[in-house]
Design a protein around this ligand. Structure first.
Ligand code: ZN
Ligand code: ZN
Ligand code: FE
Length: 761
């Protein structure tokens, strides 16, 4: 007879771990108990076959569980009788891993549509393997009374399931049914109730069929919903939401339906049907029945499958529903009924509400597959709050990220805890969301930062907020660390892959503040976790009008053309002059010559903008990256080889002159070369250029590890080209996969930089 105490850390709460242990203990004839506490799961058992028992825990644990560590301590035999699951205990020091929200499982789906089941058509059916988690958890340990389900008293039948270790709803914290659980109802935009329960879902479907826009309270927030096949409805939604062009995500009930309008590879299928159930960017079929307004001018479409029971009830009978975030412009998505009615009443005709409160706002995640490898572009529902170990130890720290696609990262005991996607920090409401997320994560993970990291940009809202935070929490200046934007991008890959040595970093993106005060974004560096040296960058170009160039790519085109041809307008491409107008071109030339509101940039994103405008594709855009997306889609269908010239100048740091590239492109436009071929050659040029510069740096330094990061690498054609090129040279290449390659991943990199610098002192 032996007695052991087993401590298991990891994602072990709210994933069916205790019933699993219960059944296993029974199988091995063990006596004792197990319970959740603030560190994970604690098992105290006695019996004979401990090895078999522990082995099976490691091998056969529930699908949602993730064991980070399992330690065994031998104890004096006790006199347990039988095996019990004990109540959770709260203790002071804690570092729990909190389960993310999980898409509905097969069993629950079966019951949802089975007439005999007592939960037939119940919109909140869930079990130990599926349902809401992170979005409803208010505190740890994860138990019903610390979730937003605590106000619902379970009926007798639910109570039985909840307490029966052999039931698949044993300790399913959000367990509920028609009798005792949350309900839905439908209201009009004045808030008057139209109908409830089954009728409400039925009516909502009818209204959507007729072309209405419905605000739907989902898992992590509100969605705006309309029929994706209805041109008029999609058009109205776009007008009311002031979102003229940015693609809208759509949702279908199942893969079969989805395949009637989109191409889905095996890897994409796996992602779509995964527990995380993200939006996946797929290629739409050439001729398809969805409204062209869903993603105007784009071949890539954001699709997802119904991931809650309510979605399943709503999507049935539709090919696809538009499911876009329930917000206005850049504000965070609404989560409470009142908030939705107030903020969305000018957009939605009806509101499908429910009374299970959302504690934490979580948007849909976005993933793209390139060469069979998924790359997370927006990290939120399903992925948050997974943690990663980035160091052995270190102080508790907070990193505030950038400004676009903002996220924040906390560090405790060397673990990085990244928040969900917070959004564009351009409104007061987003800043509030940031503060709220910080406080919630600090509480859940019991972290009290003593080090603060922010972007080097002096005017980012997060920079100001970080400094304010440090003041309020009496954190001395020496522990407030500014991380350079592109170094943070590179460090995010080091954190993700556990890279410790000096390496070569290539960071191409839109905008990032450089150490010389210029706008960087086409950078090659030799980097460590602490620091970097800038080894090469794209030639500095004027940005006439400053930030304005982001919305007006023609300004960057004019900047390049001005650098090439000066004021000899007769040499400028005639089509460009015609579209933009000579007057404006002359005016912009003045701005450039006198350096009025014209900072300098080495941004790769801006080079894409210039090329998109010169090729006549986009002179104006409504979101950053739009021009590049259109350009890349054209290139993807093209096999044409060839490259344009560029120059590498040695000048202390290397400078890559792209004027010959742009000049050649303008020439080919004049000669009538198809834009798709030009775009392909432009991509080839960038690939060749990056590979060549890295080759030079490898030669000089002897380094063999290369890291790629930054928003421009969301471009799969470019990313693959560069990865392949570098691998051919026998180099080790890394880029972000589980964390965003765009600014959404910055805070992770900042956290690593901050940790290393704080350790060094
Ligand atoms: Zn289930
Ligand atoms: Zn019930
Ligand atoms: Fe960036």
């Amino acid at each position: 007879m032996q007695r052991v105490r087993i401590r298991i850390k990891g994602i072990v709460q709210g994933v069916g771990f205790r019933p699993f242990v219960y059944n296993l203990a029974e199988k091995y004839g063990l006596r004792g108990f197990c319970m959740n506490d603030t560190e994970g799961v604690l098992i105290d058992v006695e019996g004979t076959d401990m090895e078999g028992f522990i082995g099976e825990i490691k091998r056969c644990h529930p699908p949602l569980a993730r064991i980070e560590s399992l330690s065994v301590e031998r104890l004096e035999p006790a006199t347990f009788s039988g095996f019990r699951i004990e109540e959770s205990q709260t203790r002071t020091k804690r570092f729990p891993l909190i389960p993310p929200d999980v898409a509905i499982c097969r069993e629950c789906l079966g019951e949802l549509f089975s007439r005999e089941d007592r939960r037939y058509l119940y919109p909140f059916i869930n079990c130990t393997d599926c349902g809401p988690r992170y979005s409803i958890i208010e505190d740890v340990p994860y138990d019903r009374e610390r979730t937003t389900m605590r106000t619902f008293r379970m009926c007798e039948a639910c109570h039985q399931e909840y307490h029966n270790p052999r039931d698949r709803r044993f300790h399913a914290q959000p367990n509920a049914c028609w009798q005792c659980g949350p309900q839905v109802w439908l209201v009009d935009r004045e808030g008057a109730t139209l109908c409830e329960k089954k009728m409400a879902v039925e009516k909502a479907r009818e209204l959507i069929k007729e072309g209405a826009i419905v605000a739907l309270k989902g898992l992590g927030g509100f969605h705006l919903v309309c029929d994706a096949e209805n041109d008029e409805a999609v058009k109205t939604l776009r007008q009311r939401k002031h979102r003229p062009a940015k693609p809208l995500a759509v949702m279908s009930q199942n893969l079969e339906t989805l395949r009637t309008y989109a191409e889905v590879s095996p890897t994409e299928e796996r992602l779509l049907t995964s527990l995380e159930s993200p939006i996946v960017l797929v290629r739409r079929l050439p001729r398809n029945p969805l409204s062209a307004l869903v993603a105007p001018g784009m071949e890539i479409l954001g699709v997802m499958l119904a991931y809650t029971p309510l979605h399943h009830l709503l999507t049935g009978g539709f090919r696809a529903l538009v499911m876009t975030s329930g917000n206005i412009a850049d504000e965070p998505i609404a989560i409470s009924n009142e908030e939705a009615l107030e903020r969305l009443h000018s957009i939605a005709d009806y509101f499908l509400l429910h009374n299970r409160p959302i504690h934490t706002r979580v948007d849909d995640s976005i993933v793209r597959v390139g060469k069979n490898r998924p790359i997370v572009l927006r990290r939120a529902r399903g992925y948050t709050p997974h943690v990663v170990r980035i160091a052995q130890r270190g102080p508790e720290l907070v990193a505030f990220g950038g400004e676009k696609k903002q996220s924040l990262t906390l560090v405790s005991s060397g673990y990085a805890i990244m928040s969900q996607h917070i959004g564009e920090l351009s409104t007061v409401k987003t800043l509030e969301f940031l503060k709220e997320s910080l406080e919630k994560l600090k509480r859940l993970f019991s972290v009290e930062p003593t080090v603060v990291v922010h972007d080097m940009h002096p005017h980012y809202l997060t920079t100001g907020f970080a400094k304010e935070y440090a003041r309020e929490h009496s954190i001395e200046d020496a522990r407030v660390i500014a991380a350079q934007h592109h170094h943070a991008h590179i460090a995010s890959v080091m954190a993700e892959w556990g890279l410790e040595d000096e390496l070569i970093g290539v960071s191409f993106d839109g905008t990032g503040y450089g150490t010389d005060g210029c706008v960087w974004g086409g950078e090659f560096m030799v980097a460590t976790r602490e620091d970097f040296t800038r080894e090469a960058h794209l030639r500095y170009m004027p940005m006439p009008g400053g930030e304005k160039v982001i919305e007006e790519p023609w300004r960057m085109a004019a900047s390049y053309l001005h650098a090439i041809h000066g004021e000899r307008l007769e040499d400028w491409p005639a089509e460009f002059l015609e579209r933009v107008g000579e007057k404006r071109v002359v005016a912009i030339s003045k701005l450039i010559e006198h350096r009025i509101n014209t900072p300098l940039t080495s941004s790769g994103g801006r080079l894409f903008d210039a090329v998109a405008s010169i090729t006549g594709l986009k002179d104006h855009v409504t979101f950053e990256g739009e021009a590049a997306m259109v350009l890349t889609e054209l290139a993807e269908g093209e096999k044409e080889g060839g490259c344009y010239p560029f120059e590498i100048k040695e000048n202390g740091t290397m400078e890559i002159n792209t004027l010959p590239t742009v000049e050649a492109i303008a020439e080919e436009m004049k000669d009538g070369v198809p834009v798709s071929i030009i775009s392909r050659r432009f991509h080839n040029t960038l690939v060749l250029m990056m590979v060549e510069v890295v080759d030079i740096l490898c030669e000089r330094t002897g380094i063999r590890d290369v890291v790629l990061s930054g928003g421009v690498f969301q471009n799969m054609l470019l990313l693959h080209g560069v990865v392949e090129g570098l691998k051919k040279m026998g180099l080790n290449v890394y880029h972000n996969q589980r964390f965003p390659i765009n600014d959404g991943g910055l805070s992770l990199g900042q956290a690593l930089i901050g940790l290393e610098r704080a350790r060094r002192g």
